[in-house]
Design a protein around this ligand. Sequence first.
Ligand SMILES: C[S@@+](CC[C@H](N)C(=O)[O-])C[C@H]1O[C@@H](n2cnc3c(N)ncnc32)[C@H](O)[C@@H]1O
Length: 275
Amino acid sequence: MAVSDTGDGFVAPRTAWHRSALWDLASAYLRVGGLEAWDSNTVPSFATSNVLSARRFARLLVVHARWHDAGRPFALLEIGAGHGLFAAHVLDALARHAGAEGQALYQRLTYVVSDLSAANVLALTARDYLRPHVEQGRVVVATGDLFRDPPLVAAAERALPERFDVIVANYVCCAIPPRVLKREGAAWAELEVEAEDRGESYAGGTLGGLMARLDVRFAWAEAPLDALVDDPLHRAAVATLVAPWPVPRWSIPSTSSTRCATAWRRCSRATGCRW
Ligand SMILES: C[S@@+](CC[C@H](N)C(=O)[O-])C[C@H]1O[C@@H](n2cnc3c(N)ncnc32)[C@H](O)[C@@H]1O
């Protein structure tokens, strides 16, 4: 996204949200801010990283593990793990709430907790809810980018499993980055944003300080659905899913569904994953 600092201000012209300077700032915040995003609840995560969702996932893992040799080590990769709380809940659910099969799986499990942000990943190992697992070697932390090759690099001095039995990403589509769309009657539109700061040139400081100074304006740009969603299958799914709602608004990864699927497949191949 072209941003000009003209000496008397910062100007980010109007463009779609996923291509905007504001999106770049938001994703830079996740990349460098470590766990502050979760500690301050700037990224709300209770709906996606709670005990109940983790117990359901643990039950799914137990069923999946029945297809594997009972004694063989089992390796799980989580992509975009953020604060790592989902991983902690899943480990607890396996150890204490998924019966004898859950306990057996827990004993032979290596859970790789990965995120795009190296700052996140390093901070994670000090968290009370993960540290004991890291010390026991059950959790290994790594930096990992779904769209990079290789997708995974161990962050601490621990070897990564050679292959994975399961890969999971929880609440990561919205970070891919998303386009925000809406439908009103027969008209479809995409959210656009522009930002301006006519104050003194920005020279360092906090992201919050910069955001507070910006004059941010949002607007909807009408466009046919064909132009908003490139993949025909994805387009049909969107049209069907939003049909019952009077004025639906939703976010979709800007990366086409085909590219997402390719990234998943590549990541699975690179990590030897079968699921
Ligand atoms: C909305 S947060 C969700 C975090 C966590 N899973 C939770 O439930 O709170 C999205 C996470 O995805 C990570 N992320 C963004 N783009 C990624 C990419 N291309 N590959 C891997 N992780 C990514 C971000 O750093 C962030 O931690």
